[in-house]
Design a protein around this ligand. Structure first.
Ligand code: ADP
Ligand SMILES: O=P(O)(O)O[C@H]1O[C@H](CO)[C@@H](O[C@H]2O[C@H](CO)[C@@H](O)[C@H](O)[C@H]2O)[C@H](O)[C@H]1O
Length: 436
């Protein structure tokens, strides 16, 4: 039976958020034929009293699934159609034509032309969703876990594109349906940034260079990244300005700041319960949150990126472009759309420099000897990023340092939970954040 096949398959998908917990039941809520051999499913996965919805493109064969789709096999006669370029062409065509197929609405932005002759490939990167790259022109991200409402990424990118903002990838179209009576984004198509590299890959190349020549300082090593960190800081400040212009802004008063710290404390306790290795470090975060409460001042707030790290920024031949304004995938939509301090993004990127510096040490035979280089690389790039952020007009004042430290540790707590669930061998990286 299809539901049984899907239950066995979904638990092993990278994008499945409920890993590590048994699935009690899977229901198919919606099953729409998009074209011959292609069905669009929305399924509900029930786990210990909670339930999450996911979307699946189901390829269906009358006979056995062809060998070329073995890697995408769901079970007898069914496979993940995201991997079948003959079927995914339907998505592009329907978007170009602005079609409705049953309850699914395929839309494109005014004034864009979509070339429907392009064929897709699944992007082979670790991600929370599934992206299809058509030719080298478009990237269509299928949001796997569905949360009722317009996805913040679509909302933000469309608003910034309408203002002709720099540092974003041009949006083309999207797919939506109604979930619980709310228009809900299922997918979004944007310009594919060909000939570009993501910040994580570039940062790792720099770190690798440094570790190959440990006698050099981080600023003298061949692949110095600090001028890129500076430009990234400037681009970040510019995007923050665009967001502040395009959406409402506000001010968090001291009692609200204290409430935010209480919320971070609650998340810390929850994460300690899930990941006992965090317990011995919890006091470091508690102390940082307490300091914020002591010196609490008014904090300007606005729409922010929300899950900002080196994997979310692309270096094109000309500049940095920022992707994935979706917020933290696990948080409720209202929270991801809420106004926040832009320092939260700054903190996210600072953490990411730490990740890049430490990641390659995990299996390195000289790990102990290279620790000072790792720290120097992280420090150099963190301070270049902050200098670029200020140069771009980003607000960074002396009194913000205490909040920034707390936001960094709150991000590290999130990362501890994320790594424990998704990549346990990476857990030492965020845990190290509590040691300095
Ligand atoms: N517009 C784009 N052009 C080129 N590559 C992209 C584009 N959007 C995403 N990518 C690549 O896909 C990766 C994952 O994208 P992201 O939006 O962060 O997905 P997810 O939210 O599923 O993690 C990025 O790190 C980048 O390598
Ligand atoms: O890009 P996503 O929206 O899927 O974000 C999630 O996955 C990220 C990992 O891919 C995770 O980021 C963490 O690992 C990065 C290196 O892989 C590192 O650069 C980030 O600093 C670190 O937070 C992100 O937290 C998670 O939400």
């Amino acid at each position: 039976m299809l539901t049984e096949l899907l239950t066995g398959w979904i638990a092993h998908q990278r994008w499945f958020a409920g890993k590590g917990r048994p699935i009690d039941k899977l229901d198919i809520d919606s099953d729409i034929e998009l074209s011959r051999g292609l069905r669009h499913l929305i399924v509900s996965v029930h786990q210990a009293g909670t339930h999450d919805r996911y979307q699946i493109l189901l390829g269906c064969c009358a006979d056995d699934v062809p060998d070329k789709f073995r890697h995408a096999l769901i079970g007898s006669g069914f496979y993940d159609a995201a991997h079948d370029a003959d079927l995914t062409t339907t998505l592009l065509e329907a978007m170009a034509e602005g079609r409705d197929i049953g309850p699914l609405r395929f839309r494109h932005l005014d004034d864009v032309h979509i070339d429907t002759s392009l064929r897709s490939l699944v992007l082979g990167v670790e991600q929370s969703n599934t992206s299809l790259v058509y030719g080298d022109a478009y990237i269509c991200k299928l949001f796997r876990r569905l949360i009722p409402g317009v996805n913040p990424e679509l909302e933000i990118v469309n608003a910034l594109a309408a203002r002709k903002a720099a540092h974003i990838a041009q949006p083309y179209g999207w797919i939506e349906t109604d979930l619980d009576g709310e228009p809900t984004t299922l997918a979004m198509t944007q310009e594919f940034l060909a000939n570009s590299n993501d910040g994580w890959a570039l940062a790792l190349a720099s770190v690798r260079d440094l570790y190959a020549w440990p006698q050099e300082s981080a600023s003298d090593a061949g692949g110095d990244f600090s001028s890129e960190s500076f430009r990234l800081g400037t681009a970040t400040a510019e995007v923050h300005h665009e967001l502040a212009d395009a959406f409402p802004t506000g001010v968090m008063d001291p009692p609200e700041v204290r409430r935010l710290m209480e919320e971070y404390l609650r998340r810390l306790e929850q994460t300690v319960a899930e990941v006992p290795q965090l317990a011995e470090h919890a006091h470091v975060a508690e102390e940082a949150y307490r300091r914020v409460c002591e010196v609490a001042h008014e904090v300007p707030v606005q729409r922010v990126h929300g899950d900002y790290h080196l994997g979310q920024v692309m270096r094109t031949p000309t500049d940095w472009v920022i992707l994935d304004f979706e917020g933290e995938p696990g948080q409720p939509l209202a929270e991801r759309r809420a106004l926040n301090s832009p320092l939260r993004d700054v903190a996210g990127m600072l953490r990411s420099f730490d990740y890049a510096a430490r990641h390659l040490l995990a299996d390195h035979p000289e790990a102990q000897n290279l620790l000072p280089q790792a720290a120097e690389w992280a420090e150099l790039n963190r301070s270049s990023f902050l200098a670029g952020y200020s140069a771009g007009g980003g607000r960074l004042r002396g009194e913000d340092a205490v909040l920034l430290r707390a936001l960094e540790l709150a991000k590290a707590v999130y990362e501890v939970g994320y790594e424990a669930r998704n990549r346990p061998s990476w857990l030492p990286i965020p845990l190290a954040a509590f040691q300095h």
